[in-house]
Ligand binder design. Structure first.
Ligand code: GDG
Length: 491
């Protein structure tokens, strides 16, 4: 059976991965169902000229990891990945540090990962690479003669082609993307933007088959919205009652949980909440905004700025509207244990998720999955989160328009129980249908097919490739069955 080789920038210990949230949980869930291993950076920084991979198997799960040097961490991770690609893909050209010269080491680290991964591969392994840190990795693997199917999934959004074209190395990035068999994206809008970028950067051609030709390679691009496992947020018998005893009386909690990142629209959220308190004074004392914003990438300058801005905004709103016995904003700059998330979501009347741009946003899905079906809360969701393409029954708002967010909060607070239940049922159906299993199995199945098509066309070593093709065909059949099964769960 084909092994699935997951590659991501950061590999999390299998025992801790379920606690991590986001990309870590998505990869963990997929590897739970499919044999294989997880390859990438172990999160350590070590000064060694020859960092080599370490393989660890715990409870049947294997991770193969290696450290980065301090220079790698600075140029590849903080530099090109998080100070060039992250801002540009989120359409923040003003924050991109193009001139810093990070690109050479970005490619170098990808080439080293490829050199260390290639000897571990078997002929029928399927390689699935995640996220913007690792765009060049397929190209580097192909240079080493790796012919296996290689797919890429981008967890972040793709801004307009115009923004991506501003990257000085945009042609190299476009050609590196062209080395994959399949590129998976979160939304249809991302698919359109990527095709536009490939056409304008390297004259990519959209073929009648729907595939894209870049130089002499053809690739598939598809939309595979990432999901959660709703069971992680479900309530068992008796748990509800225990929780009810802890609820905060007559005060409605509005919950926000976002990494402290400039893409998450936190200053706008705080300002909109201040506007809500100003415009609708009758709601003062009956609401509280609890915003958790765990720290992230603190050594990148743009992240330090936002921290200071939020502290000042929270202070001024609390100073202006607060009373001796009522604090309008609880702002908590810490990570909370994952085991507490479900109860916090459940006891919050509103989930306020207003990123300026976001690949998907799993917090929106987690909030819905945690609600009490009899008395659910209301999700207020940014139109510019990938999740909005699927969760159209949320109260959708423009995160740049403070008035729209403020009105959205009022609408949510005044919504009748019947309308809340109706919206919740539709949203929950989508969250369950498009869950983590459906994401992993539909992507894997599409990747096998894309790899199969390339191998069938390949002039290289017919006997060996023929055998690999047979194995892939068998695996595709099996996997399509798995994917149909998992797509039915929870619908
Ligand atoms: C990328 C894309 C895309 C947050 N605070 C705490 C905590 N979290 C967990 C949440 C959730 C996860 O982190 C965050 O998920 P997001 O989807 O918002 O996003 P990113 O980390 O930015 O990741 C994003 C995602 O990839 C998946 O494809 O949706 O658009 O940017 O699971 O619950 N977990 C704990 N404590 C916290 O304080 N335990």
């Amino acid at each position: 059976m084909a092994r699935l080789v997951m590659v991501s920038n950061r590999v999390i210990d299998f025992n801790a991965a379920q606690q991590a949230g986001g990309v870590g949980v998505a990869i963990y869930n997929t590897l739970e169902r499919q044999s294989g291993f997880w390859f990438g950076w172990d999160g350590q920084i070590e000064e060694t000229d020859q960092p080599g991979p370490k393989s660890i198997t715990v409870g049947g799960h294997t991770t193969v990891t290696e450290p980065l040097t301090a220079a790698d961490y600075n140029d590849y991770y903080l530099g090109y990945s998080n100070s060039v690609l992250w801002p540009v893909f989120h359409n923040r050209l003003d924050l991109a540090q193009f001139e810093a010269g990070y690109y050479a080491r970005y490619v170098e680290v990808n080439a080293r990962f490829a050199r260390h991964l290639a000897p571990l591969l078997k002929p029928d392994d399927v390689i699935w690479i995640h996220d913007y840190h690792l765009v060049p990795m397929a190209r580097e693997l192909r240079k080493l003669g790796v012919e296996n199917p290689i797919g890429f999934f981008l967890h972040i959004p793709i801004g307009p082609a115009q923004s991506l074209l501003a990257i000085p190395e945009n042609k190299e990035i476009a050609r590196a993307l062209g080395a994959y068999d399949l590129i998976g994206l979160q939304t249809q809008s991302d698919v359109r933007n990527l095709i536009d970028f490939l056409q304008r950067s390297v004259y990519g051609r959209l073929l009648p088959s729907g595939r894209i030709r870049v130089d002499d390679t053809e690739l598939d691009i598809g939309c595979f919205p990432v999901g959660i496992d709703p069971k992680d947020f479900a309530f068992g018998p008796g748990e509800e009652e225990a929780l009810a005893a802890n609820e905060a009386g007559d005060i409605h909690r509005i919950i926000g949980i976002d990494r402290l990142d400039y893409t998450k629209g936190l200053p706008q959220k705080f300002k909109a909440y201040g506007k809500f308190l100003e415009d609708f004074p009758e709601y003062r004392r009956s609401v509280v905004l609890s915003q958790f914003a765990p720290p992230t990438r603190e050594s990148v300058e743009a992240y330090a700025d936002i921290k200071a801005e939020l502290e000042s905004l929270a202070g001024s709103i609390n100073g202006r509207y607060g009373e001796l016995d009522w604090v309008p904003i609880n702002y908590i700059h810490r990570t909370i244990p994952r085991s507490e998330l479900r109860d916090i979501y459940r006891t919050s009347r509103i989930g306020l998720v207003t990123p300026l741009m976001d690949g998907m946003n799993l917090v929106a899905k987690e909030y819905i999955a945690s609600q009490n079906p009899v008395d659910p809360g209301v999700l207020i969701l940014s139109k510019f989160a990938g999740a909005a393409e699927q969760l159209s029954d949320a109260v959708l708002v423009n995160p740049y328009d403070l008035n729209d967010i403020s009105q959205g909060i009022k609408t949510a607070l005044e919504m009748s129980p019947a309308e809340r239940r109706q919206r919740y049922q539709k949203l929950m159906k989508t969250v369950c249908k498009s869950d983590a299993d459906a994401w992993g199995s539909s992507y894997f199945s599409a990747l096998l097919k894309a790899g199969q098509r390339r191998i069938a066309r390949s002039p290289k070593s017919p006997p060996e490739m023929g055998k690999a093709l047979e194995r892939l065909q068998r695996a595709t059949k099996k996997n399509t069955t798995d994917s149909r099964l998992s797509a039915n769960v929870g619908t």
